[in-house]
Design a protein around this ligand. Structure first.
Ligand code: ADP
Ligand code: ZN
Ligand code: ZN
Length: 783
């Protein structure tokens, strides 16, 4: 169970002064009486244990004194074992005086946390009501925490005493491998690494050893980095001449960057294809000329090779000084990339959510691309939003923060409108290409028309695809659901076959001939009879990408079709290869889930089809319309990137819903106004208020429900003004992984009093062991 942080009611707002960092008196283990301060000039470190939220004081031994600073990781003696801790603060005295034990050793050669990151940890802990030690843990990649500074090494060999020609000839007879090594080294200017040698001479090791002994070679150990892009070539790219709009936005950004005043966050609000990335690149170039560094956050899903290539190419002369952090790296690669940043060998870091904690120093700029993306929210403790932490970190580091989006979150949009953020607009695509023509297809009519009752492909979309095939142009089809059939239901009793662990229907995957649960992953054989009533009349309904692909193959037998979803993209590099083939026009139609919704830029794609726009629209969440609008806008942005006008067809059963209609007209402002009004009326929901979602889950439904009821009762007592507490109810996903789930929503005008109240109540309660209680500040999903 999550442990609430120690009592500390001073929750800082973003503009408030940072709270005094460590108020540790109430964290001390019970039974220790506070002694008088000694003031005798000792050197004391106040540390936080990594495993519990406990702050303790230790003496700094003379020999470690140079290495210990705030942010250093250390080993400390505990009762009868050793613990790992982070130094928070250096003190001249401690209330525990002479009873302090010394720190045993340091971990790593330098502090693992910069002073700013320590402050960010504290802010994160206070805002998200998460214990500091948990935040500190989340800040370091696993491999860095568990095996710091374990680098691969190699031997660097130098030919120091080349043998005479005679000697070499003799060597060729007596020790041919040694002679070959000398030949190779001579051909390489007298130097090589052992692994380079081994590529030509797999059995070189022994012979190298002998040559070193004879003083013909010298050998030194060097560190080898696991570079995920080692084999890639990056052709240099020059900055583009900006359009007028780009130039205007860029100049404003530079003004903010060069100002001596602390700058407001900036929102670069530009339609898809308006050249936002180009602006990031040139802004970063400017930051580098000031001798500062830049951090670029990108949603995991857009961290494609194409994105990384754009950065590596633009900064090709310092491509070694770019680090990339994302979840597809191996542990070793992530370790090495992290240390590259830590040792100040990088100027630019590109990464997904957790890269917000990258230990860059001397930051000049943080960019958050697609700032509205829900994937910036961490879905386990600490439940931070990297976009929001970017703004906080920029404030702490006194650097600029640039948020970019075609469809900003309403929170950000409101901040930009009210003047809290600088609002920059790009309204046109570069080269003034037109926005694609978007048409809505009413599937209610289609369904009547089609005999078998399943409308996967409307007649309009079929004709449009055929036209592209005839003209040698390409099509992207989007469907955010995997599998063949999305439900197996019983004609007799009406029930659908559900996962026994979760409260959702199984999805049928045809290639594997299995039912698969999309929540817990459980697999099961398709049943012959209904599990409820034993009837044999089961029907398979609904469609996912697998079935849509099958339908396409029948409808367009000669077309070359590729599918992109997590079922088919199992192999490493498969996504890259599939996209490469599509780019070089070896495929005509690409069908996929949200993996293809973002960021891809294919000039020959002139048609984009959305097979079922209603999937996100029907979610039981006040953000459903927002998600739909964002998704449709993003997907539509994939069409007409080249010279030919693009077309988008959206299939829906709700053609008149505002999210779809505003997306059709590419009218962000109209949509946002309408949506804000809607949220005021039905909530008031964020951004008019702050939300906190409290959840409870347990294998015993009644226990989960009771616990939440109990918490609700406590919260209602002395509830500060301006806070609305919704009653606990089953979560939309009422059971998952065998646990029953309940939730309640809190809404507040101001977040501070709500957090303070919540913290007080949470720390006064203990929950039954069988129940997990979670709290999510500013949730992005109510599922
Ligand atoms: P966004 O990030 O807003 O979607 P991009 O920066 O990816 O837009 O730009 C879209 C396309 O336009 C890219 O192919 C990019 O190379 C090109 N582009 C951007 N700026 C310019 C410019 N000033 N002149 C010509 N092409 C540009
Ligand atoms: Zn049945
Ligand atoms: Zn399940």
């Amino acid at each position: 169970m999550a442990v609430p942080p120690a009592k500390n009611t001073s929750l800082p707002s973003m503009s408030a002064d940072q709270p005094s960092l460590f108020q540790s008196a109430d964290l001390l283990p019970e039974g220790k009486s506070v002694a008088e301060p000694q003031g005798n000039g000792m050197r004391v470190a106040r540390v936080m244990l990594e495993e519990t939220a406990l702050e303790l004081d230790y003496l700094i031994p003379e020999e470690l004194s140079a290495k210990i600073q705030p942010g250093t990781r250390v080993h400390v003696p505990l009762q009868n074992r050793r613990g790992t801790a982070v130094v928070l603060q250096l003190l001249d005295e401690s209330p525990y005086g002479n009873r302090l034990k010394p720190i045993s050793s340091t971990v790593g050669s330098r502090p693992m946390f910069t002073p700013s990151l320590l402050k960010l940890a504290q802010w994160t802990a206070q805002y998200y009501l998460s214990p500091v030690h948990q935040v500190l843990r989340a800040m370091l990649p696993e491999a860095v925490r568990s095996k710091p500074e374990t680098f691969l090494s190699d031997s660097h060999l130098t030919l120091v005493q080349p043998p005479t020609a005679d000697a070499l000839q003799k060597l060729h007879k007596n020790a041919p491998i040694q002679a070959r090594i000398i030949d190779i080294l001579q051909s390489r200017g007298g130097e090589a690494t052992l692994s380079q040698l081994r590529q030509q001479l797999p059995s070189a090791t022994q012979a190298v050893h002998a040559l070193v002994k004879k003083n013909i070679l010298s050998r030194s150990e060097v560190r080898v980095e696991r570079d995920p892009f080692q084999d890639e070539e990056f052709l240099p790219s020059a900055p583009l001449v900006m359009t007028e709009e780009q130039q205007a936005a860029f100049e404003k950004i530079l003004q903010c960057l060069d100002s001596t005043e602390p700058s407001k966050p900036m929102l670069l609000h530009g339609v898809t294809g308006s050249g936002k990335t180009e602006i990031y690149l040139q802004t970063i170039a400017h930051v580098l000329t000031q001798g500062k560094t830049a951090l670029v956050l990108v949603p995991e899903i857009s961290l494609t090779p194409q994105t990384i290539e754009r950065f590596k190419s633009r900064f090709s002369e310092r491509k070694e000084r770019i680090a990339v952090l994302h979840s597809h790296l191996s542990q070793g690669e992530r370790h090495d990339e992290w240390f590259k940043i830590h040792e100040n060998r990088t100027d630019i870091v590109i990464g997904a959510r957790s890269a917000i904690f990258a230990p860059l120093q001397n930051l000049g700029l943080i960019v958050v691309d697609e700032e509205h993306e829900p994937s910036y929210k961490q879905d386990e403790n600490p439940r931070y939003n990297a976009r929001d932490l970017a703004i906080v970190r920029a404030m702490l580091e006194k650097c600029s923060c640039l948020l970019g989006s075609a469809t900003p979150s309403l929170e950000t949009w409101q901040n930009a409108r009210s003047g809290k953020y600088t609002h920059l607009h790009l309204t046109r695509r570069t080269d003034h290409k037109n926005m694609p023509l978007v048409r809505v297809v009413d599937m209610r009519l289609e369904k009547r028309r089609q005999k078998d009752g399943v409308a996967i492909l409307s007649e309009k979309l079929r004709v449009a695809i055929q036209k592209r095939l005839d003209q040698g142009e390409q099509t992207i089809l989007f469907l955010n659901r995997r599998g063949f059939n999305t439900a197996v239901s019983c004609m007799e009793c009406g029930s659908s076959v559900k996962c026994p662990e979760c409260d959702i229907p199984f999805t049928y995957h045809k290639a594997e001939n299995r039912l698969i649960c999309h929540v817990c992953g459980m697999r099961s054989m398709p049943p012959k009879r209904c599990p409820e009533c034993k009837s044999a009349s089961l029907i398979y309904g609904g469609f996912g990408t697998e079935r849509a692909e099958a339908t396409l193959k029948i409808t367009f037998p000669t077309a070359r079709i590729a599918r992109v979803d997590t079922d088919v993209m199992q192999r490493k590099n498969q996504l890259r290869d599939t996209l490469r083939d599509f780019r070089s026009q070896k495929t005509d139609i690409l069908i996929g889930t949200q993996m293809i919704a973002k960021g891809l830029d294919f000039p020959n794609v002139t048609l984009v089809g959305v097979l079922n726009a209603d999937l996100s629209l029907n979610l039981p969440d006040y953000r459903a319309a927002e998600r739909t609008f964002q998704l449709l806008t993003q997907v539509a942005g994939r069409a007409g990137r080249g010279d030919i006008m693009g077309e988008v067809l959206i299939q829906t059963f709700a053609p008149h819903s505002p999210a779809i209609q505003y997306a059709r007209r590419a009218d962000y402002d109209g949509y946002a106004e309408q949506e804000l009004e809607h949220r005021q009326h039905f909530g008031p929901y964020p951004p008019h208020t702050h939300a906190v979602l409290i959840g409870s889950r347990s294998k015993q439904a009644s226990l989960a429900e009771f616990t939440l009821q109990n918490l609700a009762t406590k919260l209602k007592k002395s509830l500060p003004e301006g806070i609305i507490l919704h009653d606990p109810c089953p979560s939309p996903l009422a059971k998952a992984h065998g646990q029953y789930r309940f939730q309640m929503l809190l809404l507040a005008d101001k977040i501070r009093p709500l957090l303070a109240h919540l913290k007080n109540v949470l720390s006064s309660m203990t929950f039954p062991e069988e129940v997990i209680v979670t709290w999510d500040i500013d949730p992005v999903s109510l599922m």
